[in-house]
Design a protein around this ligand. Structure first.
Ligand code: IPE
Ligand code: IPE
Ligand code: MG
Length: 589
């Protein structure tokens, strides 16, 4: 925090607000080492602040939604400036920069809060669960990243994801039961109709704040369910004892909270029940001792103060070696990436990898051998992207038009894709894998595998590798238009006021930054339905080499060429030209 008095005051405010609004969370945060607490307070205070804006019933729904939107936009702007006039965002921005937390992950959750301003109803548990998870998981993921950066990763075994998500469902349901009176006062009943309908009359009684046998029964049912979800002994299996202690204590506090809900009876409709002080002390006193011992096992790594905090988070791979990830194998020539001046490097390179078929043909081989050789080129180029510090690499792997090819070629291609993703060549590298495209027509085992990889790599930060599989630009735009139409039909958007930003937010991957450089190999000069929305101002670069002949040095040449381009974005040459969208909008990087 250094000597900046406004920043110290900002963190103090976050601490006070967390303590006042969420004493149980505050007590949990006290279990982490002092160096990590300010970041935790900033995250909790920010989550609370935005919830309060959405709940502020002194304003109309559209005003509340607009206030939340304003808050999100201000955060995006302030992340670029590194400073803020709002104390909570000031602390949050400082936390993000200091700990290299990627706040773009919050975007979806923040938009949900904006939409919450209009009120919500859930027909069934899946709908409720989707909302609860989309809302909570990104915040918890950021906390997990924070621990990761501090050198104490909150590792979850792959088979623990389901229990982790269910634990968070338990957290959300306990919260909903606790805040029932406040939500009902605002005519919000944040429980699925599916469960309310099992107890005839319960929904109406709740809306009119009437305590009745049906209400008592539904609350008993829900507390039982929450208790079951919170009770996940396998969650902390294999976890470092310090975060494990925090998870156990959190579960104990949630159970105490549920006991308080049960013993509150009718008074649950008048105010939030709280566990007795003695109960909390009985949980927290031994937890403090256990946590102190557990933290003493591993020294916590704290990022250096102030002077090391830059305007934008540094590229993690190049500047902060992470012991958990390997560096990519060097190119056989020993060649190193060129030094490109800061500000002349693209944030996002998209590649149309063309020429596999011709490469095979030239060698008298079947076309699928060209695709196999192409997969090796992809590995090479990913290594080169990591070495040069590129943040986003998007590769055109299979287009919606490629279904027109011979069934044998399609079959071979999809099988090759499955085996390549399943071989997991970037397992030890800081590469986040994403898949862009439609699930229809793709084999379900490939879809499952891609989703699993997306999930297991989603906390990685150096390079985002997006594979466009069964992707078509017009298909993407059509999906966005349909999503936009759904939002307007629900009354979340005024069709007369739809902006480019609204449209972009309805794209299947709203956080994908604009493409700075579009590179196509294989001696063709067309874009073949690739990323029409994102490439409107991309620099175009066409090379004659066939994709399987490509290696990382070709990527470096492409990036060097990009550095020579004059980007004007419609302005005149004297204006600043090289600002890529990501520089203008760090929330997208
Ligand atoms: C690009 O190579 C890879 C895919 C489209 C899957 P091609 O298979 O299009 O190769 P050419 O253009 O026929 O040489
Ligand atoms: C574009 O290549 C699609 C991919 C690289 C996946 P194509 O080879 O299919 O493109 P066209 O048909 O020549 O335009
Ligand atoms: Mg081709």
């Amino acid at each position: 925090m250094g000597d900046d008095p406004s920043l110290r005051a900002a963190y103090r405010l976050c601490r006070r607000q967390t303590k006042a609004q969420d004493p149980a969370q505050y007590a949990l945060i006290q279990l982490v080492p002092a160096a990590l607490r300010p970041a935790c307070w900033a995250l909790w205070a920010a989550a609370n602040a935005i919830d309060d804006l959405a709940d502020d019933r002194t304003a109309a729904a559209f005003e509340r939604a607009a206030q939340v939107e304003e808050w999100i936009t201000a955060l995006e702007r302030e992340l670029a400036d590194g400073a803020s006039t709002d104390p909570i965002r000031h602390a949050l921005v400082d936390t993000a920069l200091r700990w290299r937390l990627d706040l773009t992950r919050l975007h979806g959750a923040l938009l949900l809060v904006r939409d919450d301003a209009h009120g919500r109803r859930f027909p069934d548990w899946p709908a409720w669960r989707a909302w609860a998870r989309d809302n909570l998981l990104p915040w918890f993921d950021l906390l997990r990243d924070l621990f990761d950066r501090a050198g104490v990763p909150v590792a979850l075994r792959l088979d623990s994801w389901e229990v982790y998500e269910q634990f968070l469902d338990g957290f959300r349901l306990t919260d909903t039961l606790t805040d029932l009176s406040a939500d009902l006062a605002q005519h919000d009943l944040l429980l699925p109709d599916e469960v309310l309908n099992q107890y005839p009359g319960a929904a109406d009684d709740l809306m009119y704040l009437r305590w009745s046998p049906a209400v008592a029964e539904v609350i008993t049912h829900l507390t039982g369910l929450a208790r079951q979800w919170v009770n996940q002994p396998s969650l902390t299996r294999g976890m470092h004892p310090a975060p494990a202690t925090i998870c156990h204590t959190m579960a104990d506090l949630l159970r105490a909270q549920l006991d308080a809900v049960t013993s509150a009876g009718p008074s649950i409709l008048r105010g939030p029940p709280r566990p007795a002080l003695l109960t909390s002390t009985r949980i927290l006193a031994p937890a403090r001792a256990r946590a102190a011992l557990a933290w003493s096992l591993t020294p916590v790594t704290v990022p250096p103060p102030k002077d090391a905090v830059r305007r934008r988070p540094p590229v993690p791979h190049r500047t902060v070696p992470r012991s958990t990830f390997r560096t990519p194998p060097a190119h056989p020539s020993g060649q190193q990436p060129p030094k490109i001046p800061a500000g002349q490097t693209p944030t996002h390179v998209a590649v149309i990898m063309d020429g596999n078929g011709r490469w095979a043909q030239q060698r008298g081989l079947p076309r699928h051998e060209g695709h196999r050789a192409g997969a090796t080129a992809v590995r090479e180029v990913v290594y080169g992207a990591l070495e040069i510090g590129l943040r986003h690499l998007t590769i055109y792997t299979f287009s919606t038009e490629n279904w027109k090819r011979a069934p044998e070629e399609i079959d071979a291609l999809l099988r090759l894709l499955h085996s390549e993703v399943s071989a997991n060549p970037f397992r030890d590298l800081d590469v986040r894998l994403r898949w862009h495209g439609g699930a229809d027509r793709l084999p379900t085992d490939l879809v499952d595998l891609l989703r699993m990889r997306e999930h297991s790599t989603r906390t990685r930060t150096a390079l985002t590798l997006t594979m466009c599989i069964n992707y078509g630009g017009r298909d993407e735009i059509t999906r966005a238009a349909a999503a936009l139409a759904r939002s307007t039909a629900r009354g979340h958007l005024n069709p007369n006021l739809i902006s480019e930003k609204d449209f972009a937010q309805h794209l299947p991957h709203p956080d994908m930054p604009d493409v700075d450089l579009l590179w196509r190999t294989g001696n063709e000069q067309r874009t073949s339905n690739f990323l029409p929305w994102h490439t409107t101002y991309a620099e175009l670069y066409f090379t004659p080499n066939l994709w399987p002949d490509t290696d990382r040095r070709d990527l470096w040449l492409a990036i060097t060429e990009y550095g020579r381009r004059q980007r004007r974005h419609g302005a005149t040459a004297s204006m600043p030209t090289r600002a890529s969208r990501a520089e203008a909008d760090p929330c997208d990087s």
